[in-house]
Design a protein around this ligand. Structure first.
Ligand code: ATP
Ligand code: NMN
Length: 272
């Protein structure tokens, strides 16, 4: 059994919450002494696409996320983690195989490292909720003596709404379930078009939290949630649309993902 297959097997069969770092793009170490913040993009990467890339690129440029204690912004203070979620809070089993998704994530990690000049790693977790994913990543960082790093979760607006939905935490109250998550970590959120809310409503959501207008959400969390407009070109890109186009033998999807990911899909056929 290859080492990747055995790492996947061990995560899939673990009876407890687990996280493993399985790849780092060659140019940089994943964590350097200067690293202060990890930008975490959790997804099923089925397949990775330009909407995911745009979320990472925009978060890197977002000044409010910078550590204000530093005299200047240093790209080396951030690392990116592409996190494959093998257990989804809402969705059942989907194509492609996890091995194919990881192979595409490695291509994406190399692309991010080359295009954005930032360290990029690939991890796997069996946790479905962000609060548990955050705990497992922080445990891993503590084991590698990399303490006091902030995790910034990169989300589309649709996922922010699900992060704050009390139904995922019953019988706990939302404030109790996510209190420690927001005391250490924050979220960078891009608006999307696949929601019933207008762009303006999505952008004013944090203001409503700040004004105490959301019953279960403490006003203090407003400082930990940064909502930014997505760019028109990538707002509509989604993995499910790409899969549909591939299955219909269309080729237009290739411009919605990174060149090496498109090459992998055309040569390995993970969706056929
Ligand atoms: N085009 C996009 N713009 C901004 N955020 C996005 C975009 N596509 C996905 N995201 C966000 O990236 C995260 C992971 O996305 P996910 O894997 O669900 O992608 P997806 O393309 O929406 O998948 P699917 O179509 O299978 O539901 C989520 O927080 C999601 O909101
Ligand atoms: N409350 C939560 O923490 C919560 C809710 C819904 C989805 N998720 C996670 O968000 C990620 C993206 O989910 P989708 O692929 O369904 O968009 C998955 O890892 C999923 O498990 C987390």
């Amino acid at each position: 059994m290859s080492s990747l297959t055995s790492q996947l097997q061990s995560i899939l069969s673990a009876g407890h919450n687990s996280f493993k770092l399985v790849y780092t793009a060659p140019a940089n170490q994943f964590i350097l002494p200067l690293t202060k913040q990890i930008l975490v993009l959790d997804s099923s990467f089925n397949p990775p696409h330009n909407g995911h890339f745009s979320l990472i690129a925009k978060s890197m440029n977002h000044s409010r996320l910078d550590d204000h204690s530093m005299s200047h912004t240093s790209i080396n203070s951030k690392s990116v983690l592409l996190l494959l979620s093998v257990k989804n809070a809402d969705k059942g089993v989907q194509p492609a195989k996890f091995e194919d998704r990881l192979a595409m994530m490695y291509k994406m990690a190399d692309h991010i490292s080359e295009q954005l000049g930032v360290a990029c790693g690939v991890g796997i977790t069996n946790c479905s909720l962000f609060v548990d994913k955050a705990k497992e990543i922080q445990n891993y960082l503590a084991e590698t003596q990399s303490n006091n790093l902030k995790l910034t979760f990169l989300l589309g607006y649709d996922t922010l709404i699900r992060l704050l939905d009390p139904k995922y935490y019953v019988p706990q109250k939302l404030g109790d379930a996510l209190g420690s998550f927001f005391s250490t970590n924050d979220c960078f959120v891009l608006t999307r078009k696949n929601t019933s809310l207008s762009l303006e409503d999505q952008l004013s959501f944090v203001g409503m939290i700040k004004d105490g207008q959301l019953a279960d959400v403490p006003a203090t969390w407003a400082d930990k949630i940064h909502v930014v407009s997505g760019d028109d070109k990538n707002l509509n890109v989604s993995s499910s649309d790409i899969r549909k186009l591939i299955q219909a033998n269309e080729t237009s999807w290739t411009s919605n993902t990174m060149p090496k990911v498109a090459e992998y899909i055309t040569s390995h056929h993970p969706y056929q």
